[in-house]
Design a protein around this ligand. Structure first.
Ligand code: 13P
Ligand code: SF4
Length: 377
C-alpha cells in the first residue's frame, strides 16, 4: 500500500513550559554543607575504595579527573544504600554517573519499565524532567527525586495539552500517540505514549487509518516511512538531533573508510537515509555490541559513545556528537545533594496522574505483548 503522509499544520513557535526551578538554595551554602558531612577531597583512600569502578571507565576518564569523582562516587553509593534509593540513569549520562553510581541504565522505555517494577521507596532519576515525571506517574507512592529539575527537553517544552486538542479537532477520530518526551499534562491529554524503541509497534497497534504523532516531527516522519498508516504530526524537534545533517554524515564516511553510521530517530529523515541502522539509544548500543564494527559513528548525544566504548576496546568510535545541555545538568555533585537533602522531589497533579498513567501503561502493555510475541512467550 502506498505510504501516505501529510504536511503538518502551521504551528506557533515552540513555547517554554514553566519548569520547576532548582531549589533557590545558595550553591555555596549547599557545597559547604556537603563538605561538612562527607569527605569530598580527592585522596588516595577514595581512589582505592573506588578502584574497581575506575577499572571499568579508565579508558574514557583520565586518572586526574577520577581523583575528583572518586569521593563523590563513594559517598553516593553509601548514602543510596542507607536510604534504600535506586538510581536510574539514562544512556546520555556521563560515564562517572552511568558506570559509577547507577543501579540501572537504559533508554526511556527501559527506565519507565524499571521505575514501575522497582521495590525501592526512593527513585533518583538521572535524566531529564519528563523521565522523572514518568517514574512518578508509574509509582505515585514512591518518592521520586531529580538532581536538577531544570533539566528539561526541547520536545517537551514545545507542546501543551491545548495543542493536542487542536490536533484532535483537525483530525477528528484519529488517536493521539505522544512521545514520552512530554509533560504529564500532555500525556494525560493523549491516548497512548510511545518511545523511540516502540513507536512503530504502538502506531500499528491502533485500530485507525490515521494516527496523530506528537511532538517530534522527525520521529513521526521516520515512522511514517515504515508503516502503511497515515501519519500526521506536530512539528516539534529535539535540539540535539535536529542539528545533524546528511552532508555531515557523508563527510564522516569520506574521512573514515568503512565506518558504520548509526543514528537516533529524532534525527531528520535524510540523516537516517545515510545511516546503516537507526534505533533508540539502547537499540544503538545493542547494535554496536552485536556487530562490533571496526569504526562507528553514533549520531546522537556525546556521552553514548563514551559509555559503550568502556566495554568495547576493539571498536573505534568516531565522535561527531552534540551535547544535550539538559542531560548535562545532572552531575555527581547534585546527585549527592539530592540524596542528602531530599531535594528536588517530583510531584504530579493528582488530577492528571491517572489519565497520564493510562497513556504510559497502554504503551508498556503493547511493548510487552510485542516482546512476548517475538520471544514466543
Ligand atoms: P531514548 O528513548 O532512545 O533513550 O531517547 C530519549 C531521548 O531523550 C533521546 O534524545
Ligand atoms: Fe530532549 Fe533531545 Fe535532550 Fe533528549 S537529547 S532530552 S530529546 S533535548
Amino acid at each position: 500500500m502506498a505510504l501516505v503522509t501529510e504536511k503538518p499544520p502551521v504551528l506557533a513557535a515552540p513555547r517554554r513550559a514553566p519548569l520547576l526551578m532548582n531549589a533557590t538554595r545558595d550553591l555555596a551554602e549547599a557545597r559547604a554543607e556537603l563538605a561538612e558531612v562527607y569527605d569530598l577531597a580527592p585522596s588516595m583512600k577514595a581512589a582505592q575504595e573506588t578502584a574497581e569502578i575506575y577499572e571499568r571507565v579508565k579508558s574514557v576518564i583520565p586518572q586526574v579527573d577520577w581523583a575528583h569523582h572518586a569521593p563523590y562516587v563513594r559517598a553516593i553509593n553509601k548514602i543510596k544504600r542507607e536510604k534504600q534509593a535506586v538510581i536510574l540513569a539514562h544512556n546520555y549520562m556521563t560515564p562517572e554517573i552511568f558506570h559509577g553510581i547507577s543501579d540501572f541504565s537504559g533508554d526511556s522505555l527501559q527506565l519507565a519499565v524499571e521505575a514501575a517494577k522497582t521495590d525501592a521507596p526512593v527513585i533518583v532519576q538521572c535524566g531529564v524532567h519528563f523521565m522523572a515525571e514518568t517514574a512518578k506517574i508509574l509509582s505515585p507512592e514512591k518518592t521520586v527525586l531529580i538532581p536538577d529539575s531544570r533539566a528539561g527537553c526541547s520536545l517537551s517544552e514545545g507542546i501543551t495539552p491545548a495543542d493536542i486538542e487542536k490536533m484532535r479537532a483537525d483530525y477528528p477520530g484519529a488517536p493521539v500517540v505522544t512521545y514520552v518526551n512530554t509533560s504529564a499534562a500532555v500525556k494525560a491529554a493523549s491516548d497512548i505514549c510511545c518511545t523511540s524503541s516502540n513507536a512503530k509497534d504502538i502506531v500499528e497497534s491502533l485500530d485507525a487509518e490515521t494516527v496523530i504523532m506528537t511532538p517530534d516531527g522527525y520521529l513521526a516522519r521516520n515512522i511514517a516511512k515504515t508503516t502503511n498508516k497515515r501519519i500526521v504530526w506536530w512539528e516539534g524537534a529535539c535540539m540535539v538531533h535536529e542539528r545533524f545533517t546528511a552532508e555531515e554524515i557523508r563527510a564522516y564516511r569520506e574521512a573514515n573508510e568503512g565506518v558504520k553510521v548509526i543514528a537516533h530517530p529524532e534525527c531528520p529523515p535524510e540523516v537516517l537515509d545515510e545511516s546503516d541502522f537507526w534505533g533508540s539509544t539502547s537499540g544503538m548500543i545493542n547494535w554496536v555490541r552485536k556487530n562490533r564494527p571496526e569504526k562507528v559513528v553514533m549520531v546522537t548525544e556525546c556521552s553514548m559513545s563514551d559509555n559503550i566504548a568502556t566495554e568495547l576496546p576493539d571498536v573505534e568510535f568516531v565522535r561527531p556528537c552534540n551535547l544535550c545541555p539538559h542531560m548535562k545538568r545532572i552531575t555527581l555533585e547534585n546527585i549527592l545533594w539530592c540524596l542528602h537533602s531530599g531535594e528536588e522531589e517530583v510531584t504530579v497533579d493528582p488530577e492528571i496522574i491517572e489519565p497520564a498513567r493510562l497513556a504510559v501503561e497502554r504503551m508498556i502493555e503493547v511493548s510487552q505483548r510485542k516482546l512476548g510475541a517475538v520471544s514466543g512467550d
